[in-house]
Each structure stands twice: as C-alpha cells, then as structure tokens.
Design a protein around this ligand. Structure first.
Ligand code: ZN
Length: 150
C-alpha cells in the first residue's frame, strides 16, 4: 500500500477543520446599536424557539446557506412577511438571547449585512412592481438569515 493512500481523504478533512476554525474566529458577537434598527424591520412579528443542537443547525440551514458554520443561534427573517424567527439552543446564554432578540427588533451587526440584504430585497421588489404582469419576475420569498457563531 503506498504511503499516500489516504492522502486524498485526509486533505479535504483538514481543509474542513481549517474552515470551521475560521468560521468560529470570524463569527460575530456584537450588535450595532449606534445605527438604530433598520427602518422597515423595526416592527417585525417575532417568534422564539429553543431546540437541540441538531435541530438548530437544521432550522438555521433552511433559511439560508449555512456552509460549515456552526451556529450558536440564528434569526431567520422573512422580509416579505415582516417576520423574524429566532432559533436558540436550550442552553443559550442571556447574551445570546439578547443578541438574537435585537435582530428581531431590526438591529444589525456592525458589518451591515442585514441592512444591505434588506436594501437589495427592497430594490428588487420596487423593480418588480412595474413587472407585476410577469409572474416570473415577482420577488423571491424574501427569506434571509442572520447567523451567529462564536
Ligand atoms: Zn447576530
């Protein structure tokens, strides 16, 4: 058996480990309160669920591509329905709970990811209004996710 028989198998696994570490390091842990809530997302209907780790991953995956992130928690926001669904583990810290609730009130991370996604969706909707007779051009579901890994 050649010494490098397992090379192709081991290399992708190492790559996955590196990516997971990067995701953990680069994960957000702060809310930008200076900018205030995003206009249009400041009066959402909010639901809050406490689930186990596997279901947390599953639920957070459903409202956006999760890749290799290991979420501590996430908030799935449906722009069209103006609705936020918060997914938390049973042992969520008070800080994590407050963080996700802030997303539910329309607050963003300092990097402005939610604000820019919402702006892009609004622009898409505004353009689509003029094309209402073409069903294919109607807005997408408006679903997005704010994911938090630490
Ligand atoms: Zn967050």
């Amino acid at each position: 058996m050649p010494a490098n028989e397992y090379g192709p198998l081991i290399k992708p696994i190492n790559r996955i480990l590196v990516l997971v570490l990067l995701a953990l390091i680069s994960g957000c842990s702060s809310i930008d309160y200076r900018e205030g809530p995003i206009a249009g997302l400041d009066r959402m209907t909010v639901e809050e669920h406490y689930v186990d780790g596997a279901e947390l991953y599953n639920r957070c995956s459903r409202c956006g591509h999760l890749g290799l992130e290991l979420p501590v928690a996430c908030t799935c926001i449906n722009f069209r329905l103006n609705r936020a669904v918060i997914w938390l583990p049973h042992d969520a810290s008070q800080a994590t709970i407050e963080h996700e609730r802030a997303h539910g009130r329309g607050y963003d991370h300092p990097n402005g990811e939610l604000r820019s996604r919402y702006a892009a969706w609004r622009e898409f909707v505004d353009k689509s209004i003029g094309l209402a007779s073409r069903p294919k051009m109607l807005p997408e579901s408006g679903l997005t996710r704010v994911s938090d890994s630490q």
